[in-house]
Ligand binder design. Sequence first.
Ligand code: FAD
Length: 448
Amino acid sequence: RTIDWDAIASELAGIEVIRDAAQVAKLSKDYYTYSPILRPLLDDKVADLVVRSVSEAEVLQVAQVCVRHRIPLTVRGAGTGNYGQCVPLEGGVILDLTQMQAVKWVKPGLACVEPGAKLVNIDKQTRELGWEIRMAPSTYRTATIGGFIGGGSGGIGSVTYGQLRDRGNLHAVRVVTMEDTPRIIELRGDEVQKVNHAYGTNGIITELEIPLAPAYPWAELIIAFDDFMTAARFGQALSDSDGITKKLVTVFAHPVPTYFAALRNSIPDGKHCAFVMVAEPSLEPFADLVKEFGGAVCYQKSAQEAGKGTLLMEFTWNHTTLHARSVDPTLTYLQTLFPADKHLTLVEHMYHHFGDEVMMHLEFLRTGGTAVPAALQLVRYSTPERLREIIQYHEEQGAFIANPHTYILEDGGRKTIDPVQLAFKEEIDPYGLLNPGKMRAWLERGSI
Ligand code: FAD
């Protein structure tokens, strides 16, 4: 089927349309390049044109044009996703929402924002009133809230507030549909799960109501340990210390910290480390915890100093992979959730079992009311078969793997199809135009 893109562009008159091939190619990519499995699958996928809307009314107009001509539409925020979430498998239109960036209102504990608002900019406005967003990815300075909800899972703050999918971490959304006559609908409470983490396959989010947390001055510290398991148990103990206010608890086994060139002078050779963000009023009890575990503080910035230069969070979560890959581009990574176990038995087993091939990187988060270690281990990549073997071994031993080497929604963290999301898609995107090829439930709906 040939589409007359000149005619489409003129139907979109009044809205910014980008047709320059180099720019369209760039805006068709995200950070799937961390995966040697995804690279060959996605490298040649490119949109036909990019539309940049500034308002919900414009989004409605774009949706109408795409439905009328049955053109695939893939929504894009900052394009920092890691699984090719916003790579258009079937071409068509990329709808870039980065210009819809208003913070509409802030109340104690709640804010209403547009999807293209950067997380860092939301915080700038809410912090003036003593509030901040509950959790952010380490791409805090570039990522948008719409993209975080559409394609992210959690991050800095998750040690206290859990993950995006947890009830209460997203209050309401407004969504533009892809029916014959596109509509705007509002989803509140549990209904938000119809579009939460759906890779933009279930409607175009044009507004979000998100909960906020009390804003603290966050000190940044690195604590060095002689052995990895002491560092890991310190991470668990800090995460379990209800009286200490913290936002980030990361633990790295040696040699992971050696990939951080900018911290080379701060971290002593051969040490295993915890990278933490602790509220300044909690620093005294925190020092007692460090002492109990025999750790040594080798880096400390006050909240005021931390605001300048690189943030400590920009070495954690998937920024760890970014730094490591800038030194050794053959490295890739895993995403793991270890079972709740205060002794960290399985973490210890994996640490010894894989040695240097799978380098341990723990991120503590709260799930079901308990702090557990998640992990974004660095993997020395050899072959797809070996990567599969490593994943399988983790699963057999009882670790949960959210596979970062697939662009299929259900094959990543979710594992099963979501009948609620499928039913909602059938209703609001009957032609399957939103980000086609990403939702297994839709692709296989005849056979289930
Ligand atoms: P995009 O990549 O633009 O979009 C993500 C998905 O959401 C796409 O499927 C897109 O179609 C959909 N989408 C975007 N906007 C909308 C909308 N308005 N309506 C419907 N669907 C929409 N993720 C984490 O969760 N935690 C981390 O700590 C983390 N660390 C990272 C570190 C690095 C170095 C990198 C490269 C990535 C990391 N990520 C992390 C992944 C990613 O950066 C975040 O999830 C980020 O929040 C995505 O936001 P974005 O604006 O870039 O979204």
